[in-house]
Design a protein around this ligand. Structure first.
Ligand code: CAA
Length: 258
């Protein structure tokens, strides 16, 4: 698939996807989401890739779903095509880690896309929000659900009901983002983080991600059991033997992703 709304590049074992509709502040139209889905699937399948980054520009990660594209949709269009989620969830479905590197606006679907990623590194100029209420709509790709799990009911309710934006400091304080970095350092920082993850054993990285995600879907007792059984399974990997032997022998491990 040829891409017109995103750019992709590989840096070592890191796959970087840059949203690229600058004139529309990276508004997420169907074409962009098809391309993003395609790219994420490719990165997830490629054995040379260990982690992925989704980013935008300094001005906007993404200013939401494309309002111009959806303004005239009928209920039947939306319902029959399961608009928006059917085509939007790939970032959350990947088995390899996906980092959102967010500068500028992450609004509506942009905030929702960032939250589908495994964690968010924010530039100091990042602004998050779910402004759909101000255009006669509500969040449609997880804003009412994921934001509430990230930051709690009171703040999520306020954000969704008022449509106000939060800055990077507030986003870090309430647990929406993992870290804030100066905007000029965002990509370098995200890349170093992704490289670090991609340098570990790929099976343990995937298992670890799966176990953390499980905590959102289940009770503590079931989650603990899932974690323990998954932990047991690392003893079937060559990389566990290598990783622990390397520690004992005081050398760097040579993981084989096996
Ligand atoms: N959809 C389509 N076009 C958009 C857009 C969007 N979400 N956001 C910005 N644009 C376009 C603008 O229409 C404008 O295009 P033109 O030059 O052709 O007029 C261009 O991008 C630049 O935008 P502004 O001139 O508005 O830039 P600004 O710096 O003055 O303001 C902003 C920036 C505050 C982000 C403002 O653009 C804005 O409020 N955008 C809409 C945000 C929004 O409501 N997002 C939610 C969308 S609904 C959704 O996402 C549903 C869901 O849950 C999935």
């Amino acid at each position: 698939m040829a891409y017109t709304c995103i750019e992709t590049k590989t840096d070592d074992r890191v796959f970087i996807i840059t949203l690229n509709r600058p004139k529309a502040l990276n508004a997420l139209n169907l074409q962009l989401m098809d391309e993003l889905t395609d790219a994420l699937k490719k990165g997830d399948k490629d054995p040379q890739i260990g982690a992925m980054i989704i980013t935008g520009s300094e001005k906007a990660f993404a200013a939401g779903a494309d309002i111009k594209e959806m303004a005239d949709k009928s209920y039947m269009d939306a319902y029959k095509n399961d608009f928006i989620t059917a085509n939007w969830e790939q970032a959350a479905k990947c088995r390899k880690p996906v980092i959102a590197a967010v500068a500028g606006y992450a609004l509506g679907g942009g905030c929702e896309l960032a939250m589908m990623c495994d964690f968010i590194i924010a530039a100091d100029n990042a602004k998050f929000g779910q402004p759909e209420i101000s255009i006669g709509a509500i969040p449609g790709a997880g804003g009412t659900q994921r934001l509430t799990r990230f930051i709690g009911k009171s703040k999520a309710m306020e954000m969704c009901l008022t449509g106000r934006m939060m800055n990077a400091d507030e986003a870090e304080r309430c647990g929406l983002v993992s870290r804030i970095v100066p905007v000029a350092d965002l990509m370098q920082d995200a890349l170093e983080t992704a490289r670090k993850i991609a340098g570990f054993s790929a099976p343990s990285v995937m298992m670890c991600k799966e176990a953390v995600n499980r905590s959102y879907e289940t009770s503590l007792a079931e989650g603990m059991l899932f974690e323990r059984r998954t932990f047991h399974s690392v003893f079937a990997t060559e990389d566990q033997k290598e990783g622990m032997a390397a520690f004992i022998e005081k050398r760097k491990p040579g993981f084989k992703n096996a």
